[in-house]
Each structure stands twice: as C-alpha cells, then as structure tokens.
Write a protein that binds this ligand. Structure first.
Ligand code: ADP
Ligand code: MG
Length: 570
C-alpha cells in the first residue's frame, strides 16, 4: 500500500498546535505519557494472551525500552505490547475521542494569558500529543500482536499525518521523537542526556510494573583492541524499581509517588484530593489503593461514563473500569485493587455475582464514605471541594444504597436559609429546630435564587423557620425515598397543608376559622371558576405578602419532576 496522507480531526489539530507552541513549562511530562501508554499496551497484551492462548504473540520478555541517539537527536520509546492495527492508528492517534476536550479547547481560547493557558494544560491530559512539546516530528511504528503487517505513522504536528504499511515491524509500538534543536541556554531540556531520562523516569514512572530499560549509547569504538572479547554490547539498565505502590508500606511511599500513579491510571493531570489505602488479610486477601479526584470529570453524567477501578489478580492486570468494585454513586473514585484469590479468567458478568467481590465492594464503599465524613470533621475546605464536585452524584446513593443510607446522609450537606454560603448537615438543622417543630422543611427548584423568592417561603421567613434549599434534580427524588431523619419528617414547603400556626400561637387557629367563614363565598366562587385546573381552593397561612399560590397535594409530583417525566415522554 502506498503512503497515504490524512488530515487530523479539527480538535486534534488544535491540540497539536497547542503542544507545538507550548507555553507549558513542564515539558518533561511527555515521557511520562509515552511510558504510560507503553505500560497500558503491555498490560493489554498480557491479558489478551491469557484469555486466548492461541494468540500469536511473544510475551516472554514484556518491557519498555528507551533509546537515545545524541547524534541524530532522537528519543525512542519502544514497547513489545499489544500494538495497533492500521485502522486503529488512524482512529486512536488521528482523532480525539474524549468529550471533555472540546470544552477544554474552548476554555483555553478564553484564557487571556500564558499563565492561564499553562494552568489549563496542566489540568487536562493530552497524552500522546505531548510528544510534540519536545519534538518537531514524531514517527510511530507499530504492529498489532497476532497480525503480520505493521504500520508507520508520521507527522510534523501540522494539519496532516501519513500512514503506510511496513513489512518488518516488530510486535508492539515504538514512538520516535525527532527532538527540537538543542537550546544551549537551557540544558534542563536536553532529552538526549541519559542522566535526564533517568531522572524523569524515576520521578514520574518508578511504580510502573514493567521494566523500563535504557540501552546506553554504544561507546565509540576504540583502536581495534576490542577484538576477541566479543562482549561489547552494552548492558541495558533498568531505570524503575517496578514495585507496585499498593504492595509497599505506607511510610515508604511519598505523596508524590501516589499522585503519579493516580495520574497514570486516571489520565487526569491534576493531583487527587485524597489517597485511600486498604489492606485486607484473612480468607480473602486484597490490597486497594483508591483515589478521590479533586475535580469531577466532564462526562460524569454521561451514559457511557467509564466507571470503576482497575482490577488485578495476584499482580496481573485483569481489567480497567471494574464496575463491580464500587457502587454507581461512587463512580468517580479511581484506583487499583489487587486480589489474591480470583480466577485470572474472571469476566465482568461473573464479577457482578461473586460473593468475594460483593464483600470487597461493601468494604470499599464504607471506607470511601468514612473518608468523606472525616473530611467533614477534620478539613472543611477539602470537604467543601469534595461536595461541590461530587455531592450530586453521592446523593444518588440515598436512593440506591439503603444499607449505607445513614452514612451517606451523615456525609451530605445542603444549602439552607440559615446561612448564605455555608451549607448545613441534617444533624445541624435538627439541632436548630424550634420547639414544637416536628419536620425538616425543604424546597426544591432550579436555583437558590428562584426558590428563595418563592411565595411558599413567605411564612417560613416570617416565622424564622429554617428551610433547606435543594437545587439538584436528584433532590426531588431522594427526599421522598428517605422520608425522615432521626424521626423528623422531611417535608416540602410546597406540598399539602402546612400548619405553621401549630408551631406558634393558638390564637392564630381561631382566627383562621373565622376567616374561613368570612371568605367562604369567595372561595366557593373561585373553586367554580378554576374547576378544570385545580382540586381545591383554601385559605392559607403560608403566605404573608403574595395574594395566592398554587400548592400540590402531599403526594403529587413537584413541578420539576413533572417536567422531567414529561420530557422523558411519560
Ligand atoms: P490515553 O492514553 O489517555 O487513551 P493517548 O493520547 O495517550 O490517550 O493515547 C491514545 C490511544 O492511542 C490510547 O488509548 C491507545 O489506544 C493508543 N496508544 C497510544 N500509545 C500506544 C502504544 N504504545 N501501544 C498501543 N496503543 C497505544
Ligand atoms: Mg496515554
């Protein structure tokens, strides 16, 4: 097949431009990205071979190799992993599938200065393309395990890339960076220096469980007396310790090392909010290393959001996104779980049924929830960040996880009329309840502003009764499902008859009876006029300023839910 030229997808082109004219000062991370991809490729191949013994692939010495050629100014990262087919190269390298990228690019355009742009790049992984921070041309040669023909991809990072088939490519992938001209002013970015490579690998990729080897450049041939000993091929040097962090004791591992592992498995470039370690001994042994991200991913609510943590069995990678290990409402948690006694051939379907996996799920879930509770009591800033990013998702658990409902409620907080910018827990609300108040009052709606000004709120404001202001769609649903908290009912201020008089003085009750007689004629007339649209007209104690408001029955849907169901065609 002749060499073919293709155009990058628009978003891909924009990203590439960004990398080439990069303002990002930490260029070293390109090596982390290439090593990370190589490591993934080795994981995938080992697994595929495990599942399909007939696969024609050599898995005897899986490793990553870094070669530097000072003379040619090239740096090559090579793996003998799964590789890519011709079509896969075009699809995986020529386009950007990540839906968050479009938003990222938009934000970037709006970033006014270089510092702003740098901050943004630091937040979003750009994976393979980061090579263009250091190179003005990148060549990738790959052959998918089990296939006979290889593919060469080349690009200068401009509008196009070329693809051609090659006959003699080794199994796996090699990525060669043709490094930008040396900057004599800045020796820091000399990526042809073995010292530099060693340092970067140690810093960012030490925990990678495959050997990362570097072959020193062959020493210049000396005056011919080397003949005879025949042993001149330099020994490759392994740069990483290959120790899985989850297997090392806590005080042996620095926060930075944990963070680099997080970045590798999550493809997030930002630091996580928290690292959680768990060791289970006994009949079913496992080690877990979980990370709570510091930011919700863009696609957290997308139907195809990839959730779950990586599953290993006795150090062997089994799957990404193992959804059986955590419930859906903790789908943002990343991490690694390594179990001792599971079949290597375990499938997703089997996992959902497995008794041990269920046990693990229960334990991991409780651990995450107790960690959040700990944020709440020990580090309110961290709690605030967590709740802002993930509160909406966590509240889904109030509907689905009755076993942990109390723990979820205890870790939840809500906007309230009690304070403008400080949320409250239900426990705090109950503590502040007035004498004789039996219920926890809430109102739901789209925004704090719109519900705070609702006529339903008038009497509560007047009487100084606190109302929770719930603005997430899920709030509509969980309040009904949960119903009460420590014997106090959860009551919407917009539903049914609310007798605030009972909370206050008795005289008001008598007064209302008299009013009802006085207004009987008017109410009757209104009932007749509005017969088609409403069930009943009644005098209300809930208004102080507005003349009238529409109220639904206690068991009716709220307007927002009604809209939601209507939109869903029900
Ligand atoms: P990400 O790693 O976040 O998916 P990248 O831009 O780093 O994004 O890589 C894009 C895709 O290209 C990877 O998901 C993988 O499918 C493929 N890929 C990249 N490098 C390799 C490699 N060394 N071997 C096999 N596939 C690779
Ligand atoms: Mg990657």
């Amino acid at each position: 097949m002749p060499t073919e030229t293709f155009e990058f997808q628009v978003e891909a082109r924009q990203l590439l431009q960004l990398m080439i004219h990069s303002v990002y000062s930490n260029k070293d991370v390109f090596l982390r990205e290439l090593v990370s991809n190589a490591s993934d490729a080795l994981d995938k191949l080992r697994l595929e071979k495990l599942r399909d013994d007939a696969l024609d692939a050599d898995v005897s010495d899986l490793h990553i190799e870094i070669d530097v050629d000072k003379e040619a100014r090239t740096l090559t990262v090579r793996d003998n992993g799964i590789g890519m087919s011709y079509d896969e190269v075009g699809k995986l390298i020529g386009t950007i599938a990540n839906s968050g990228t479009a938003t990222f690019l938009q934000d970037l355009k709006e970033a006014k200065d270089a510092a702003g742009a740098e901050g943004l790049i630091g937040q979003f992984g750009v994976g393979f393309y980061s090579g263009f921070m250091a190179a003005d041309e990148v060549t990738l040669v790959t052959r998918r395990a089990g296939e006979s023909q290889g593919t060469r991809w080349t690009s200068r990072g401009e509008a196009t890339y070329t693809l051609e088939t090659v006959a003699d490519a080794p199994q796996g992938t090699s990525v060669t960076l043709h490094l930008k001209p040396a900057d004599p002013e800045n020796q820091l970015h000399d990526y042809t220096s073995p010292w530099k490579i060693r340092e970067i690998v140690k810093r960012y990729s030490d925990f990678i469980t495959w050997p990362i080897r570097m072959v020193p450049e062959a020493a210049a041939p000396s005056d011919g007396d080397a003949e005879g000993d025949g042993d001149t091929a330099p020994e490759p040097e392994t740069l990483n310790s290959m120790k899985a962090l989850r297997a090392r004791s806590r005080d042996e591992v620095s926060d930075d090392e944990y963070h680099e592992l997080y970045k590798h498995i999550s493809h997030d470039w930002r630091e996580p909010l928290e690292t959680i370690r768990l060791q289970a001994e006994g009949t079913f042994e496992y080690q877990a290393l979980l990370f709570v991200p510091s930011h919700a991913p863009q696609d957290l609510f997308a139907r195809d959001f990839k959730r779950g943590v990586q599953l290993y069995v006795k150090r062997v990678f089994i799957m990404d996104d193992c959804e059986a290990l955590l419930p859906p409402y903790l789908r943002f948690v990343k991490g690694v779980v390594d179990a001792a006694d599971l079949s290597l051939n375990v499938s997703r379907e089997i996992l959902q049924q497995d008794r041990h996996i269920r046990m693990m799920q229960r334990r991991l879930t409780k651990k995450v929830l107790s960690t959040v509770k700990e944020f709440m009591t020990k580090d309110s800033d961290r709690y605030a960040t967590f709740w802002r990013e993930f509160g909406t998702v966590v509240k889904e658990g109030l509907l689905t996880d009755t076993e942990n409902r109390d723990a979820i409620l205890a870790a939840s907080s809500f906007a309230t009329t009690h304070a403008d910018d400080e949320p409250t827990t239900l426990a705090q609300y109950v503590e502040r309840m007035k004498d004789g108040q039996d219920d926890i009052y809430y109102i739901t709606g789209e925004s704090r502003q719109s519900i705070e000004n609702s006529p339903h709120m008038e009497a509560f404001r007047d009487k100084g009764i606190e109302v929770l202001l719930l603005t997430d769609p899920v709030d509509e649903v969980w309040v009904d499902a949960v119903g009460e908290y420590r014997g106090k009912g959860l009551r919407s201020v917009t539903k049914g008859e609310i007798d605030l008089a009972a909370d206050g003085d008795e005289k008001a009750g008598e007064e209302r009876e008299k009013q009802a007689e006085d207004y009987a004629g008017l109410l009757g007339w209104m009932r007749e006029q509005l017969d088609e649209d409403i069930k009943e007209v009644r005098l209300s104690a809930r208004l102080t300023v507005s003349a009238a408001c529409v109220v639904s029955d206690s068991h009716d849907l709220t307007p927002a839910l009604e809209n939601m169901y209507r939109a869903m065609g029900q």
